[in-house]
Design a protein around this ligand. Structure first.
Ligand code: ATP
Ligand code: MG
Length: 447
């Protein structure tokens, strides 16, 4: 292909440094994969991958700072002085595959290396030293026609590695590609095989979809997950929702959340209509299945558990504080973001205005830093014990009651005021140590 047939590539200077270093030692060094694809689409990116005939041990010898990031399949991380890490991978060919793992051996040419890649748009390479551009599978033409096509025999490619089903749907969604019929059949046919993938790989795929940036939207790939049958296998809790008219509205809601908040996008997705199963339980099931961190899982479950009820613009300040205390200040914002996304996805202007008013009220309360947590109380359990409260559950009950009063009226949050209030409550409730306790309205005791 003549050089004039394509735009000039403009990789980062540090990448060219890595490539020149390899070439100076007599090795070939090619920029490959996603960076070439994205450059042809006019997108710039910083993570360019290198393919080379240098063996991993050569690469480790040539560069002073390297990391063995995927050494068993030939990948060495090269750390340049500017701090960027480039992945340099020795040409490979597959000798054995089982749908989940591949046994590879090193190959001698870029052509062989490209032949084992998944889709034509990912199977192009450029050698800066000679300005050669190789595109044996016609990836560039497919890209221009917006077609996703597997390299070689589609069904075979998918059976070699079922992750390619998810990757294919991701690329099709991200670049708005039409899936070529044979490739589509292979993706549909391979969907059952995705059940054998590790949860981590499936989660990483989902995370990449949730991180789509404008002009791509997660909905484009998530919709394909539904069409091909990925939901039934990996997301069964929300699969039935796909037939609900609200499904599309919810996808629009997911899209309206910024990519930097990918966990919120995920939570919004799980909020799919069809409420056969409580939402928080769905989140628990899905995030645990995909081995999300405990922190992420807890956060998602918490948000869905508190999705309803939300406070409104005419609720009293005390009601708003009490709600804030229940959901937590940090989650309050996220809960509003989720509701707002729902309204935006449905283009419900009135609802958006309503939520705007409600949020302003909540925000006002937050600005006053009210004592939302038990720990914010001006009095603690120790003081109550000193006042003679019986150690044990009584302390907690009393603190909760004091907290409720303070949420009602933050002016009460002073040590002396609370001590006085506590004394009253103790008398009322018979909570003091040694008090046989005929029982009060705070802790009814039977028998
Ligand atoms: P992204 O922009 O999401 O990083 P990418 O194309 O760089 O997309 P990577 O997963 O980083 O995708 O992989 C880099 C390249 O390695 C791909 O372009 C593709 O050529 C090849 N590749 C990666 N994973 C596979 C796979 N499972 N099967 C075949 N080829 C793959
Ligand atoms: Mg990549």
């Amino acid at each position: 292909m003549r050089v004039t047939d394509r735009p000039a590539f403009s990789p980062p200077a540090e990448l060219l440094g890595v490539i020149e270093t390899l070439e100076a030692r007599g090795f070939q060094a090619w920029a490959v994969g996603g960076a070439i694809r994205d450059a042809l689409l006019g997108h710039t990116r910083t993570d360019w991958d290198v393919a080379t005939d240098a063996r991993p041990e050569d690469v480790r010898r040539v560069f002073s700072r390297t990391l063995p990031i995927g050494i068993e399949h030939g990948t060495v991380g090269v750390l340049v002085p500017e701090g960027t890490l480039f992945e340099v991978t020795t040409f490979r060919r597959d000798i054995e595959t089982d749908g989940r793992h591949a046994v590879v051996e090193f190959a001698d040419s870029i052509q062989e290396d490209l032949a084992r890649r998944d889709f034509t748009i990912n199977a192009m390479a450029w050698r800066p030293a000679t300005d050669e551009f190789v595109d044996p599978m016609g990836g560039r033409a497919d890209l221009e026609r917006r077609v996703l096509r597997a390299v070689g025999d589609a069904a075979q490619r998918v059976a070699e590695d079922y992750l390619r089903v998810l990757r294919g749907l991701r690329f099709a969604g991200r670049f708005a590609l039409e899936v070529e019929p044979e490739t589509w059949d292979a993706l549909v046919g391979g969907v059952g095989g995705t059940a054998t993938l590790s949860a981590e790989r499936v989660r990483e795929e989902l995370q990449k979809v949730l991180a789509f940036v404008h002009p791509s939207h997660p909905s484009s790939a998530l919709r394909l997950y539904g069409e091909v049958g990925v939901l039934e296998i990996w997301y069964p809790e929300i699969a039935p929702a796909r037939r609900d008219p609200g499904w599309e509205l919810n996808l629009a809601a997911v899209d309206s959340i910024p990519p930097t908040r990918s966990l919120l996008r995920l939570v919004r997705w799980i909020l799919a209509p069809d409420v056969a199963e409580p939402r928080a339980e769905r989140a628990e099931a899905i995030l645990s299945r995909l081995r999300y961190s405990n922190a992420d899982t807890r956060r998602a479950v918490h948000l869905l558990r508190h999705y309803h009820p939300l406070v409104g613009p005419i609720d009293s300040a005390a009601q708003i504080r009490s709600w804030l205390s229940e959901v937590g200040a940090a989650s309050a914002r996220d809960l509003f973001r989720l509701h707002f996304a729902g309204a935006k996805g449905a283009n419900a202007k009135e609802k958006m205005r309503y939520l705007g008013h409600a949020w302003r009220r909540v925000h006002e309360e937050l600005l006053a830093s009210p004592p939302l947590r038990l720990a914010d109380l001006a009095i603690g359990g120790d003081e109550l014990l000193r006042m003679g409260v019986e150690p044990g559950p009584a302390v907690g009950i009393l603190l909760d009651e004091l907290h409720a009063r303070v949420l009602e009226d933050p002016e009460q949050n002073h040590a002396e005021k609370l001590a006085r209030l506590a004394r009253e409550l103790i008398e009322l409730g018979g909570l003091a140590a040694g008090d046989g306790g005929s029982g009060g309205d705070m802790e009814p005791r039977d028998a």
